[in-house]
Design a protein around this ligand. Structure first.
Ligand code: NAD
Length: 471
C-alpha cells in the first residue's frame, strides 16, 4: 500500500517512510514524509474550507456524517484488516474498533442538528440575551497508534459536526487507517480541505509549527501524559482551546461479594483487549483477600489459554507496538519481581518474529510496588489483595492518573458508593468497558482535560457567543 493524501496536482513529496506490521515485521505500506511546509499548505486548505463548512446547514453536515457511518460499515472488514496489519491487534479487536469508530459518526450526525442555545431577558431589564455556539475554528487533532481509526473518529466526528475543519496528525506507526478514514469522509461528501491528514515521523517539529500558527484555534490530543504536558505548554503561548485525553492507570476492584465468574470475564476483556494497550486498560487488580485465591486461579487458567500471534493466524492477542514497548514492559515486570512479585500464570510466546510479550498474571505484588504507579500498556496483570476499603481507596487514588476504574460487586449500591469515591473520570460497575459514544469519555487529574463523546463531545469544538440585544 502506498498512500498520499490528499491527491495533489503538484509533485508529491519525494521522501517517504514505511509502516511496519508489529506481528510479522513486514512492511505494510509506505506513506509520504510530510514536513512543516506541507503542514502549512494543509492549514491553508483547512482554513480556506472553514467558512463554507461552518455555514453549511447542520442538516447537510449531519447527512455527510451519517454517510461516513454507513461507509465505515460497508468497509468494516477491509478496514479492520488494515488496522490489524499496522497495529497488530486481533481481528476481533479491530472489527470492534471500526464499529466503535462508526458509532461516533452516527452519534455526532444526530448531535449536529441539536446545537442548543439560549435566550433570556437580562435581570436589569432593557436587553435580551442570546447565547449561541459557533465552531471553534480549524482544529489540530493528534492521535495515538493504539486505536488508529477510533481515536481519529472520536475527534473528527464532533469537530465536523460543530462546523470546524481539521488537520489530523496520526501516529507514524499507524497512518494508513487514518488516511483510509479520511478517504471515506471525502467519499461521503465532505468538501476538500475539511479534513487534512499529515503523515510524518517528525511529530514534535510539525505539531509545534501547527500550534504556532494563529489559524489553528483548537487542539485535541490523545496520547501519553508526558507529550500532553508539552503540548499544553505550547498551547499556552497562544491560549489555545485544548482537549487532552492522556494516560491512565485503571484499578480493577473485585470485592468479597462479587460474582467471580463475571469478574474473571471482565478482567479478561479489561486487561487483554488490544493486548493491554488501551488507556482504559485494567492496570492493577485489587481483589479482596477472601476471594483472591479463587479469582487468581480462574483468571490464570483463562490467561494461559490465550493464543498470542499475528491476527492473520486468528490469535487472541497480538504484539506490542514496537521493541521499545517490549523493553519497557520487561523492565517494569523485572522491577516488580525484584520487589517480591511472582509470575503466577503466563502464556506461551508465538514463533512469529514480532514484538510479543506473554500475557502474564503477577501475584504477591507488594502494595508499594512501582509497577502499580505506572501505566503498563501491555498484557500484564499485577494482582494485589486488600482487606480494608478505606486503604483500598487511598491506594486507588494515590496516583497522578484518573481516567478509568472497574468495580465488581453483587451489591450495586455498595459498588456505586465505592465508585463515587474513586478519582476517575469513568467507572464501570460490573462491566468491563466504559466506551460509549453517547457518554462523556475522559479523565481527571493528569489523565486529561475535557471529554469526548456525549453532549460534551461537540461542545469541545464550539465557542460560546453572547449577543446582548437592546430591546
Ligand atoms: P504518544 O504520546 O507517544 O503519541 C501520541 C501522538 O502524539 C502521536 O501522534 C505522536 O506522533 C505524537 N507526538 C509524540 N511526541 C510529540 C511531541 N513532542 N509533539 C507533538 N506530538 C507528539 O502516545 P502513544 O504511545 O502513541 O499512545 C499511547 C498513550 O496514549 C498512552 O499513554 C495512552 O494511555 C494514551 N491514550 C489515551 C487515551 C484517552 O482517551 N485518554 C486513548 C488512547 C491512548
Amino acid at each position: 500500500v502506498t498512500r498520499a493524501w490528499p491527491a495533489r496536482s503538484g509533485p508529491a513529496s519525494e521522501s517517504t517512510f514505511d509502516v511496519i506490521d508489529p506481528a510479522t515485521l513486514e512492511i505494510v505500506g509506505t506513506v509520504q514524509e510530510h514536513d512543516r511546509a506541507f503542514a502549512h499548505e494543509a492549514l491553508d486548505r483547512a482554513s480556506a474550507a472553514l467558512h463554507a463548512w461552518g455555514t453549511t446547514p447542520p442538516r447537510d453536515r449531519s447527512e455527510i456524517l451519517r454517510r461516513v457511518f454507513e461507509l465505515l460499515h460497508r468497509d468494516r472488514e477491509s478496514l479492520a484488516v488494515l488496522v490489524c496489519r499496522e497495529n497488530g491487534k486481533s481481528l476481533t479487536d479491530a472489527v470492534a474498533e471500526v464499529t466503535y469508530a462508526a458509532d461516533f459518526f452516527r452519534w455526532f450526525s444526530e448531535e449536529c442538528v441539536r446545537s442548543a442555545g439560549n435566550y433570556g431577558e437580562s435581570p436589569a431589564g432593557g436587553s435580551r440575551s442570546i447565547i449561541r455556539h459557533r465552531p471553534a475554528g480549524v482544529a489540530a487533532l493528534i492521535t495515538p497508534w493504539n486505536f488508529p481509526v477510533a481515536m481519529a473518529a472520536r475527534k473528527l466526528a464532533p469537530a465536523l459536526a460543530a462546523g470546524c475543519t481539521a488537520v489530523l496528525k496520526p501516529a507514524a506507526e499507524t497512518p494508513l487507517s487514518a488516511l483510509a478514514l479520511a478517504d471515506l469522509i471525502q467519499e461521503a461528501g465532505a468538501p476538500k480541505g475539511v479534513v487534512e491528514v499529515i503523515t510524518t515521523t517528525d511529530a514534535p517539529g510539525v505539531v509545534a509549527s501547527l500550534l504556532g500558527d494563529a489559524r489553528v484555534r483548537k487542539i485535541s490530543f490523545t496520547g501519553s501524559t508526558g507529550v500532553g504536558r508539552t503540548l499544553l505548554r505550547q498551547a499556552a503561548d497562544r491560549v489555545l482551546n485544548s482537549s487532552m485525553e492522556l494516560g491512565g492507570n485503571a484499578a480493577f476492584v473485585v470485592t468479597e461479594d462479587a460474582d467471580l465468574e463475571r469478574a474473571v470475564d471482565g478482567a479478561m476483556f479489561a486487561k487483554f483487549r488490544n493486548g493491554g494497550q488501551a488507556c482504559t486498560a485494567a492496570n492493577r487488580f485489587y481483589v479482596h483477600e477472601s476471594v483472591a485465591a479463587e479469582f487468581v486461579a480462574a483468571f490464570g487458567e483463562r490467561v494461559e489459554r490465550l493464543v498470542l500471534g499475528p491476527a492473520s493466524e486468528g490469535a487472541d492477542i497480538g504484539p506490542l507496538i514496537n521493541q521499545r514497548a517490549v523493553d519497557r514492559v520487561t523492565a517494569v515486570v523485572d522491577g516488580a519481581l525484584r520487589e517480591g512479585a511472582r509470575v503466577a500464570h503466563r502464556t506461551k510466546l508465538p514463533s512469529a518474529p514480532g514484538y510479543f510479550y506473554p500475557a502474564t498474571v503477577l501475584t504477591h505484588v507488594p502494595q508499594s510496588a512501582a509497577i502499580l504507579g505506572e501505566e503498563l500498556f501491555g498484557p500484564v496483570a499485577p494482582v494485589v489483595t486488600y482487606s480494608d476499603e478505606t486503604e483500598l481507596l487511598e491506594q486507588i487514588n494515590g496516583t497522578e492518573y484518573g481516567l478509568a476504574a472497574y468495580v465488581y460487586s453483587r451489591d450495586t449500591g455498595r459498588a456505586i458508593s465505592l465508585a463515587e469515591r474513586v478519582d476517575a473520570g469513568m467507572v464501570a460497575i460490573n462491566r468491563a468497558s466504559v466506551s460509549d459514544p453517547s457518554a462523556p469519555f475522559g479523565g481527571v487529574k493528569q489523565s486529561g482535560l475535557g471529554r469526548e463523546g456525549g453532549r460534551e463531545g461537540i461542545e469541545a469544538y464550539q465557542e460560546t457567543q453572547f449577543l446582548s440585544v437592546a430591546w
